[in-house]
Design a protein around this ligand. Structure first.
Ligand code: CMP
Length: 133
C-alpha cells in the first residue's frame, strides 16, 4: 500500500517503477481512500499501541494505492526494498529512505507474512480479483 504522504507528494509513479524494477509483478491495483473504520480494521493488530489513533488519523488523511504483488520470496524481498519502518533507520536506496516523511508517514506498507498478504489482499480486493491471476 502506497500511503497518503507518498500519494500526496506525487511519488506513485516512482515507487511503482522501483517495485517493477525489483522484479515484482503488479497483479491488482487501485487508488482509494480508507474510512476510519476501514483503517482501524486494517491496523487492528496495533489497536493497543500508543500510536494507533495517530496511525488511523493519518491513514485516512488522503488517498492510498493498494497493490497485490507477485514474486518468488515476495514478502521478504519487498521488506528489503521498502526499508525499515522508521525512515531515519532505512537503508540507502530503499523506498522509505527516498520517499518517507516520518515513522507514521512512512510512504509504504508491506505485508509481513504470506498469511497477512492474503488477508490484506482480500481486505482491498475481496471478490473476483483474488482469482484473476
Ligand atoms: P506499517 O509497516 O504500515 O505498519 C504499522 C505502521 O504503524 C507502521 O508502518 C508505521 O507507519 C506506524 N508506526 C509504527 N511505529 C510507530 C510509532 N512509534 N509512531 C507512529 N507510527 C508508528
Amino acid at each position: 500500500m502506497i500511503k497518503p504522504d507518498a500519494v500526496e507528494n506525487g511519488h506513485i509513479g516512482a515507487i511503482l517503477e522501483k517495485i517493477n524494477g525489483a522484479g515484482f509483478r503488479i497483479v491488482a491495483m487501485k487508488l482509494t481512500q480508507l474510512s476510519r473504520n476501514e483503517a482501524g480494521q486494517f491496523y487492528a493488530v496495533h489497536a493497543e499501541r500508543p500510536f494507533y489513533g495517530e496511525l488511523v488519523e493519518y491513514m485516512t488523511s488522503g488517498p492510498i494505492v493498494a497493490d497485490i504483488l507477485e514474486k518468488e520470496n515476495a514478502v521478504a524481498d519487498f521488506r528489503t526494498l521498502i526499508g525499515a519502518t522508521n525512515p531515519a533507520e532505512a537503508a540507502e536506496g530503499t523506498i522509505r529512505k527516498l520517499y518517507a516523511q516520518s515513522i507514521a508517514a512512512n510512504a509504504i506498507h508491506g505485508s509481513d507474512s504470506d498469511e497477512n498478504a492474503a488477508i490484506e489482499g482480500a481486505f482491498f480486493f475481496g471478490g473476483r480479483e483474488q482469482y484473476a491471476y
